[in-house]
Design a protein around this ligand. Structure first.
Ligand SMILES: Nc1ncnc2c1ncn2[C@@H]1O[C@H](COP(=O)(O)OP(=O)(O)OP(=O)(O)O)[C@@H](O)[C@H]1O
Length: 572
């Protein structure tokens, strides 16, 4: 396919969907995420922050909104995935006679990772294999059979698509009390949040990396006769190594023909208007729509801009105009690729296979493969080293217990399991607005609330506010540690926040420095999670530099704690 610099521009403006009426009119530079509203549990809304407003709920097609006409699904739980139907949890883990739900019996250590228009996503530890996962629960009970069927189809399609290195790993899906649960692999955050937490400004290298990963994911989908129809940074997850994984298959569509031609589809739904291909407005669905959405996503990420969801800017982008004031800083190669992906006519856009064959894309893909191989090898190595270190510490502790002075317990770096278990923190206030607490109390507020990794960006937003925001003294955290794998990953993935765990004291730091905040009187404050009692809960608190709190809390003193204390003071 030849590279067209000028794409033909149709003179007639495209019809705008009705819900674009309050839309943003043009492109604008990306702004940093606003503080998370603790009361609502959602980002503060602002007209200029439309990329954080949730897309409109997809219309519920063909289902009656009055739920009493439909039988409630009262069975304890129904497996919806082949994996779960074939190997249900053992009796030792799940006992249907017991009161707690399937979810509560099979999973523990809950923390809210995020909310979308479909539902809530929790970080969990499986009581079956002891590993960490993400579980997405639909916010609403099924309002009828068509809605239920759509959810079941989503789960089955997702299961069918796995495994692939750039598709979010599917583990299981089930239905319980009229809600859908999808268990997937746990990632570190979404691409949207990851991109927002980076330094503002164009980042072409990252854009190429994202393009390569997502082209690979789309290639997998399209070659199996599926179209995603909702590709956007919020639906892409990023692993500890920085690998992108395409997720959220709620609008996934299986095309009838194997040759993947565009087709008018009655049952298909369009996704987020900001990333939507123009032909979807005419009801033409095909793989080219995904290419367009990927083009918009890469444009947004490469130039660090907000893409419009209506108005002139929206129209222009769908008529082949790229915002040159932003794209001029990109290389000609990337500009050319974007221009082709954003061609107004679906037939003018290259297919994913054609894009993967472009010399510029092939070159970048090789770089990406090498980078990911090294990053993932380093992560594995680091976690191995940590395990060895843990075993060493335990052995040392065991040996010291035979020495005459060895009666006192020797603090030891916790095992990887406890590290992993405790990495996720949750905030209880985010868990308390379940619509019917009795029936839906699958996620009881944990006694020791934790903060999820995605909560870090919200904590960071505290830093940017002008007035000090005292943290609630009731926010008491379980002992929390980041596994070495997770620390290094955050560096590898260029995530600007990291957690440094030094024995019993843990410091949240953006970009590797302590999270500082200037108080009204100008003194520097650091946000610490510090050990405060002998039972060792960690309390999130503001500490003035020079406060002696940490020193007094590191008891009992011994060689290891003295060493930790010294290194901590060095950091301060
Ligand atoms: N597997 C996962 N691992 C880690 N975090 C996840 C995972 N899945 C989702 N999340 C987090 O939960 C948030 C909400 O996810 P969800 O897919 O429900 O919503 P969304 O895609 O942002 O919105 P929508 O469903 O409206 O498109 C995400 O933004 C992400 O931060």
């Amino acid at each position: 396919m030849s590279v067209t610099v000028e794409t033909p521009v149709s003179s007639l403006p495209l019809p705008l969907p009705a819900h674009f009426s309050h839309a943003e009119q043009s492109f604008s530079l990306k702004k940093r995420r606003l503080p998370f509203s603790s009361s609502s549990g959602s980002p503060c809304s602002s007209p200029s922050r439309l990329s954080h407003s949730l897309p409109p709920l997809p219309p519920s097609k063909g289902c009656n909104s009055v739920s009493r006409f439909f039988p409630q699904h009262q069975s304890p739980w129904t497996p919806l995935s082949t994996s779960l139907a074939k190997s249900p949890p053992p009796d030792s883990v799940y006992d249907p006679q017991k009161q707690p739900s399937f979810f509560r019996q099979c999973f523990s250590d809950l923390g809210l990772l995020g909310r979308g228009s479909f539902g809530e996503v929790y970080k969990v530890r499986s009581n079956i294999d002891g590993l960490l996962y993400a579980v997405k629960r639909s916010a609403q009970r099924f309002r009828g059979n068509s809605e239920r069927n759509r959810c079941v189809r989503e789960a089955r399609n997702h299961e069918q698509l796995c495994p692939h290195p750039h598709i979010l790993d599917f583990v299981a899906a089930w239905e319980e009390r009229g809600r859908l649960y999808i268990q997937t692999e746990l990632c570190s955050t979404s691409l949207l949040l990851h991109a927002e937490n980076k330094r503002p400004g164009p980042d072409e290298a990252a854009a190429w990396a994202y393009l390569c990963d997502l082209l690979s994911a789309l290639h997998h989908l399209h070659s199996r006769g599926f179209v995603h129809l909702d590709l956007k940074p919020a639906n892409v997850l990023i692993t500890n190594s920085g690998r992108l994984k395409l997720g959220d298959f709620g609008l996934l569509l299986q095309l009838q023909q194997t040759n993947m031609e565009e087709k008018k589809m009655e049952e298909a739904q369009e996704g987020d208007p900001r990333y939507m291909a123009p032909e979807l407005l005419s009801g033409i669905y095909g793989p080219a729509a995904d290419v367009f959405s990927l083009g918009v996503s890469i444009l947004e990420l490469a130039c660090s801009i907000e893409v419009p969801n209506g108005g002139d800017g929206w129209q222009k982008l769908r008529r082949g105009f790229l915002p040159s004031e932003f794209t001029n800083s990109l290389s000609h190669e990337l500009q050319a690729v974007l221009r082709m992906m954003l061609a107004p006519e679906p037939s003018q856009r290259p297919t994913v296979s054609e894009l993967l064959a472009f010399p510029s894309v092939r070159k970048q893909r090789w770089k990406r493969i090498i980078y990911l191989t090294i990053a993932e090898a380093m992560l594995t190595l680091t976690s191995l080293c940590q395990k060895v270190y843990c075993v060493g510490c335990r052995l040392l502790s065991f040996c010291m217990s035979f020495l005459p002075w060895g009666s006192k317990p020797v603090p030891c770096t916790p095992s990887k399991e406890s590290c992993d278990r405790d990495l996720t923190l949750s905030v209880s206030c985010l868990l308390t607005d379940s619509e019917s607490p009795e029936d839906d109390a699958v996620f009881l507020p944990p006694t020791d609330p934790e903060i999820s990794p995605t909560f870090l960006h919200r904590v960071r937003s505290v830093e940017s506010t002008s007035t000090p925001r005292p943290l609630s003294p009731s926010v008491v955290h379980t002992p929390t540690h980041s596994s070495v794998g997770d620390w290094s990953s955050s560096h590898l993935a260029s995530t600007p926040s990291s957690i440094h765990s030094k024995g019993s004291c843990l410091t949240l730091t953006p970009s590797g420095s302590p999270l500082h905040h200037r108080s009204a009187h100008g003194s520097r404050r650091s946000l610490h999670l510090s050990s405060t009692t002998s039972s060792n809960p960690l309390t999130l608190r503001w500490m003035e530099k020079g406060d002696d709190v940490t020193r007094s809390t590191l008891e009992p003193k011994n060689l290891l704690s003295l060493f930790e204390e010294t290194s901590l003071q060095g950091e301060l």
